[in-house]
Design a protein around this ligand. Structure first.
Ligand code: SAM
Length: 203
């Protein structure tokens, strides 16, 4: 199923990318500076947009997905390296990254709490953590429809939870939310955070 998903992902996303997602990817990646970590980079849909970063280390557990990103890495303006890893176990030391980017990925990560802890660990104190995520909608009826659709949706879209409350997970983490932009009546959220952890070297 995951193999099929990687093959159709770019085509499935094409209509959405045309409408708005590409613009949101551009706005988000413009804010990605310094040494960047991208979580669950998939087919590399963000790679063409990075322009202000020095270097991007991306992690992606699905080899079929990362294979699809090879051409985009070659064309990118900045050096990009994809590592085979999961967000819950990041293969990096503490305090390495200036920016962490996660787009349309927290819906699929099996343990979002652990993934947020790992992001906090590898990001520098004060680093920007930038999310673009589809979430459970705040309106009662729409949220319930998403709840009903999720079991089938998960099977069709490689484990994607249509009703994830990623904003609540972020609020429950040690990250500090600085800005939320809501799109499509709250279905899609652009969430900017700061890694508030203390710099132990300065204590
Ligand atoms: C819907 S795709 C999004 C890909 C890309 N971020 C984008 O914006 O197009 C979700 C991605 O999350 C990846 N993924 C699934 N489980 C993961 C995990 N535990 N850690 C990191 N990425 C994961 C999937 O392999 C897939 O590439």
């Amino acid at each position: 199923m995951a193999d099929q998903f990687s093959k159709v992902y770019d085509k499935t996303m094409q209509p959405l990318e045309k409408v708005k997602i590409s613009q949101l990817r551009l706005e988000l990646t413009e804010k990605a500076v310094g040494h960047v970590l991208e979580i669950g980079s998939g087919t590399g849909a963000n790679f063409p947009f990075y322009r202000n970063a020095l270097k991007v280390d991306a992690i992606e557990p699905d080899l079929q997905m990362s294979k699809q990103s090879t051409a985009k890495i070659k064309k990118a303006r900045i050096p990009i390296e994809v590592h085979t890893a999961k967000a819950e176990h990041l293969p990096f030391d503490e305090n390495v990254f200036d920016t962490v980017v996660a787009t349309l990925v927290f819906c699929t990560i099996p343990d979002p709490h652990k993934a947020l802890q790992e992001i906090q660990r590898v990001a520098k104190p004060g680093a920007s953590i930038l999310f673009l995520e589809h979430v459970r909608m705040p309106q009662g009826l729409m949220g319930k429809v998403q709840d009903l659709m999720t079991p089938l949706w998960k099977k069709a879209f490689a484990g994607c939870h249509l009703n994830r409350d990623t904003l609540a997970s972020i609020h429950n983490s040690e990250l500090s939310v600085t800005k939320i932009d809501s799109h499509y009546k709250g279905f899609l959220l652009a969430i900017d955070c700061i890694n508030e952890k203390q710099n132990m070297d300065l204590l």
